[in-house]
Design a protein around this ligand. Sequence first.
Ligand SMILES: [Zn+2]
Length: 401
Amino acid sequence: MIVDRCRLCGGRDVQVVVDLGFHPCADTFLYPEQLRDMEPHYPLQVALCLGCGHAMTTCVVPATDRYQKYDYSYDSANSPVAVDHWRDLAADVCKRYPLSSQDLVVDIGSNIGTLLHEFKSLGGTRVLGVDPAPNMATLAERNGVPTINDFFNASSAAEIRRVGAPKVITATNCLNHAENVDEFVAEVAALLPDDGVFVLEVPYLLDLVRQTAFDTIYLEHVNYFSVTPLVGYLNHRGLTVQCVETQEYMCGSIRLFIRKSGSSDASVKRLMEREATERIRSVETYERLMARIRRLKRDLNQRLYAVKAAGGKIVGIGAATKGNTLLNYCKIDSDLLDYVTDNSRYKVGKLTPGMHIAIRDDSAISPDITHGLVLPWNIAPYLVQKLKHLKIQFVVPRVEQ
Ligand SMILES: [Zn+2]
């Protein structure tokens, strides 16, 4: 489906500002035998709404293809950095809104239940998850987190209602995956009691632009949020952003505390002003972003080919989803990377989508490897420390601003 109107305001004045060519779904890691089948590729473009400033992919892959056709491989406990983040989030919410053992916390896009597990441990609350990926919902149940295996929609909202009215609804790195923002927000508003809070965390468009984090653009991410359009959109639906915090997680995110009444504090105004100052709604901002993306591609390839020409051997470190945007856009295949290493049981033994580079366990890095291309660059310090005993040189794909 090609989008020709803004997913937030409905306006038709949308312009493509980032074009990364054709890509497969970044989270669809493949078993070797799946190479016998066609691997669908779609245009990976981001369009900017010139009306409200929201950004979105132009091509939407059906959600069932993204989350249910293949085993979903993102696991919310995939690194100590991730687990710490969920623990801090649960602690932050419990500090702001004291919860009792009778209160219900619902997490939308709950994955294997890592965040809800923290709420259970910290606040002793009742918890309920909703997640469309069958393998992740099964693991969550095994982890003691009751989970509705479905997309968040009118039907799963009705199931939640039968359990109770959630005092807290969390959705982290989830609304950016949702093609029907209207339905999502309407169901949250209908579920939330007057004294409830909706905690929304999404990757932040301003950080994407600032850090040239173009690899956080992939087909699973259909929305790229900034504060200004989101605040206006939620206000129209009877929801107020009480406050917003920036987070380093996912290469830069915003965490919004949203309620049915009250007013916004200074944090909201501050970020809206920053977005205006940094011209996040200007097409020229994205022309400069595209120039930096092209420069990164050229410089990274030059460096990798120079290593190969000098007889070096390179592996990819960390089969992160975002790494697949980088590999596919920069056309880095198994001629350059011998393999990619990871410790996720959902990825080892599979191939990266598009470039089809084999994924091996972290422990498989052989002594002849000279260089490691760090794919999840946002956790590079952690990975470099973890693998420093290998005495290889690390290449972190970044570009000077
Ligand atoms: Zn718009």
